[in-house]
Design a protein around this ligand. Structure first.
Ligand SMILES: Cc1ncc(C[n+]2csc(CCOP(=O)(O)OP(=O)(O)O)c2C)c(N)n1
Ligand SMILES: [Mg+2]
Length: 804
């Protein structure tokens, strides 16, 4: 049969049809995954399900505008987008749902995160950066609603830095002229969170290439928009942010979530504005549905009206897209029905393959354990009991590792007191099993790569013979100067960090020297200062985010705890954010100006380092160490130390304070006094006075609370003095108790103690204002003196008669 050659228009219509068809296939595939996924939870194979049904079509449009090098910071509804950018297959989707611990099976997190938490790999297997301009990037999701916002700001701001800072021109693995757009997504209800507003405002101020999509299904779980959003309309109330001819701001666009062609147009337009002009865009995607309700934790029939449910089924975006395809001649009913049938089968097959792959290693491990358990039973006097346990394990067709290990461990109870090789074999197997399996759940809290900060060796400061004594802040300033010069990727920002060079002038003159982007003032917005740092650190920059006072770190603590310190852990070592947070605290005067909430911080921030240098040389040394490593850290400078005199080191930028290493600042024989930060000065003064009374105290500065004393030097001191007092200015039971626990329990210090180990902390309340407020709130020289004297009196009453 003869056919005429096709015209260009026909070809392009064919291409267009094919593209639409491929999109529809993805939309239906994603929906089918949601439907089957929910069933997997209800039958117990998966723990929790939260899916992207109802948001498929807008995400297809978004994926078209999303280019290599771009970034996503989103939430749990974005599965269709992830599929559309080629980063999530059907099998991977189900592997995530089952918590498959193999990172190749579940590339989102290797089983660490619930389904619906997406990410891509920015690091190679050896921990080095990939060329991120060649990747479609998704920062690893977190669960707190709007928690994705602060990081989004940083991801977008990085493009601005790459485009406008000349010294970053050679960062070709991270950016091509700052052309990358950072795309955010959020649910309508989560825009009620302060983090949303703080980020929107900051993005408007900073004019960053950020496109923010709000998926608006009118609900936040069961709570309707009328309880969430003024006027029930987020784009309406954001109108003041709209840019105009004379003022910068946002481009704000509204679009319906079921209108496929319009969505494509909107997303392309948004990308162009953000990419070319570096102007933030907000897309309010309205009339979105949620066909299966919020998640597997409940059904939406309980809170949506019949009318709403009917409307949702009529305006289901996949259904609307299908109708549009038929009415515009792209496909007919029959073809679509056939395709849909095929997809159902494909998803079912993918699900089964994922489940089989999830179970396969565990079934092998089950077999290994059963073999050893049978051998154990044969030799044991309690054969019958062990056989019963083994039989139950063997009957389990879908064994979890918990079941295997729990059976093996329980069986050991029946052979207590018995000894034969088969028992040793089982013990050995359990030990190896832990060695093999535990890292799947615990690895990558900190860096395990060669750049990890703990391996960086100390370099001592060197001094000229006639060394000058200067204010501590000058050492910091000159050291930062050196670092800004040495590392083009270093950026410092915070409240008052720019023009005046921070409130204590540790950055004096550096903005003038390095420009307004590299040393920048930021608004009063601690959470997004942190997020700004996280996002930029994820993109290969080395931000130093300044939180003006330790007391105000609480505003950013949630983001540090939920986002920063979990980046490496939650991505199973596939992403990192080596952000340095700089702040100042301790022993100034007043409820909000002398904070020392160290206990809270060390417990909430596992995953980053917490460093408490006692002076500015030590602090500068920490910055030098950290910039050679690839890990996040919090450095708390002593607020009352900027004007104290220190010797000016010669080797600025080069001397390094080691991480996790304590320093003995006074050698002594009678008692070990452990402290840190500003309190250390008080302890040293007390130690001098104690010396006059004949008490020879050893004083140790821990320097680093996380990690603490990697070389176990503290216990060595206790082994020598046999007495221990830990002093700090935190509340009782705070960081001092943590240090005590470390020495007495972890390092086995209890064996060496001749006196009760004790802590001396501040009062339970925050410090009252004024010099006397400090004296009556925090440990003083007299407090330390008397406490130590009491201990020595109890031990050697004749030598040290009762003081009072
Ligand atoms: C800080 C925080 N509070 C509460 C929750 C529990 N929660 C999870 S999703 C959700 C509703 C979010 O609604 P919306 O932003 O509209 O997104 P949708 O699920 O409707 O797409 C809530 C309250 C949470 N994850 N984080
Ligand atoms: Mg919602």
């Amino acid at each position: 049969m003869h056919t005429d050659p096709k015209t260009a228009d026909e070809i392009s219509f064919d291409d267009f049809k094919e593209e639409v068809m491929n999109d529809y296939i993805l939309a239906v595939t994603s929906r089918e995954c949601s439907l089957l996924g929910r069933r997997e939870v209800l039958t117990g194979k998966a723990k929790f399900g939260i899916f992207g049904d109802g948001k498929e079509v807008p995400q297809l449009a978004w994926a078209k505008a999303f280019k290599k090098g771009d970034w996503r910071s989103g939430y749990y509804r974005d599965q269709t987008f992830m599929m559309a950018i080629g980063k999530l297959t059907i099998e991977q989707f189900f592997a995530g749902l089952y918590a498959h611990t193999d990172i190749t099976a579940d590339p989102m997190s290797g089983g660490r995160q619930m389904g619906g938490h997406f990410s891509t790999h920015t690091l190679n297997d050896d921990g080095s950066w990939k060329n991120l301009t060649e990747e479609k990037n998704s920062s690893a999701d977190i669960s707190p609603t709007a928690g994705q916002m602060p990081r989004l700001l940083g991801l977008a701001l990085a493009s601005k830095m790459f485009r406008n800072i000349k010294s970053l021109e050679n960062s070709s693995n991270f950016s091509i002229n700052g052309n990358e757009v950072a795309w955010g997504t959020i649910g309508n209800a989560s825009t009620s969170e302060g983090l949303f507003w703080e980020t929107i405002n900051a993005a408007g101020v900073l004019q960053v290439p950020m496109v923010m999509s709000v998926w608006d299904d009118e609900y936040g779980i069961s709570v309707h928009a009328k309880y969430q959003t003024t006027k029930e309309n987020i784009s309406e109330i954001l109108k003041g942010f709209q840019r105009n001819e004379t003022e910068n701001g946002f481009e704000i666009i509204r679009v319906k979530g079921w209108d496929y062609p319009e969505l494509i147009d909107v997303y392309n337009r948004a990308a162009e504005i953000a990419r070319n002009e570096h102007v933030p865009v907000l897309i309010h995607v309205q009339e979105v549905t949620q066909p299966q309700g919020h998640s597997t934790s409940g059904s939406h029939e309980r809170y949506k009206s019949t009318e709403r449910l009917e409307w949702e089924s009529e305006f289901d975006c996949n259904k609307k897209m299908r109708e549009w395809m038929i009415s515009s001649g792209i496909a007919d009913e029959e073809t679509l029905a056939e395709i849909e049938k095929e997809i159902k089968k494909k998803v079912r097959d993918g699900k089964k393959a994922a489940w089989d792959a999830f179970l396969a290693p565990q079934k092998n491990e089950q077999k290994e354990a059963i073999l050893l358990l049978n051998n154990l039973a044969e030799k044991s006097a309690n054969k019958n009991f062990i056989e019963k346990l083994t039989k139950d394990l063997a009957a389990d067709k879908e064994p979890l590792r918990r079941d295997i290990l729990s059976t093996a461990r329980k069986s050991l109870r029946y052979v207590a007191g018995e000894d034969f090789p088969e028992k040793q074999q089982l013990l050995e197997w359990i030990k190896n099993y832990y060695k093999l399996i535990q890292p799947k759940y615990s690895a990558h809290l900190y860096s395990e790569e060669k750049e990890n900060a703990k391996t960086i060796e100390e370099v001592l400061p060197t001094y000229d013979e006639n060394v000058e004594e200067v204010d501590g802040r000058v050492i910091l300033r000159d050291n930062f100067d050196f670092l800004l010069n040495k590392y083009p990727e270093v950026l410092i920002f915070g409240e008052d960090s720019g023009k005046i060079g921070d409130v204590n002038q540790g950055l004096e003159g550096l903005q003038e020297k390095y420009g307004k982007l590299k040393v920048a003032d930021s608004g009063i917005r601690e959470a997004t200062i942190l997020g700004q740092g996280i996002g930029m650190a994820m993109r290969g920059l080395r931000p130093i985010a300044e939180i003006q006072y330790l007391d105000y770190i609480l505003y950013s603590l949630q983001i540090m705890s939920d986002d920063l310190v979990t980046v490496r852990y939650r991505s199973n070592g596939k992403q990192k954010a080596p952000l340095i947070v700089r702040t100042r605290g301790h022993r100034l005067e007043g409820i909000w100006h002398s904070g020392s909430q160290m206990g809270g911080l060390i417990h909430l921030l596992r995953g980053m380092y917490i460093l408490v240098p006692r002076n500015m040389t030590k602090a500068a040394g920490f910055y030098n160490t950290l910039l050679e490593s690839d890990e996040p850290a919090l450095v708390i400078e002593c607020l009352n130390g900027y004007r104290l005199k220190e010797k000016m080191p010669k080797n600025l930028g080069e001397f390094k304070t080691p991480i996790g290493v304590v320093e003995t600042v006074k050698i002594g024989a009678d008692i070990t006094l452990v402290s840190y930060g500003s309190t250390l000065r008080i302890v040293r003064d007390a130690a001098k006075e104690l010396q006059q009374a004949g008490i020879d105290a050893e004083v140790i500065d821990v320097q680093s609370l996380l990690p603490l004393d990697l070389n176990a030097d503290l216990v060595k001191s206790v082994a020598k003095t046999n007495r221990l007092l830990v002093i700090d200015e935190d509340v009782p039971g705070g960081a001092s108790a943590y240090i005590l626990n470390h020495i007495v329990e972890k390092q086995g210090g209890y064996k060496f103690l001749d006196s009760k180990p004790q802590t001396l902390a501040a009062k339970e309340h925050r410090p009252a204002y004024g010099t006397d407020g400090d004296y009556f709130s925090k440990p003083s020289v007299e407090d330390v003196y008397e406490k130590v004297y009491e201990i020595m009196h109890e031990a050697r009453p004749v030598e040290f008669p009762k003081l009072r």
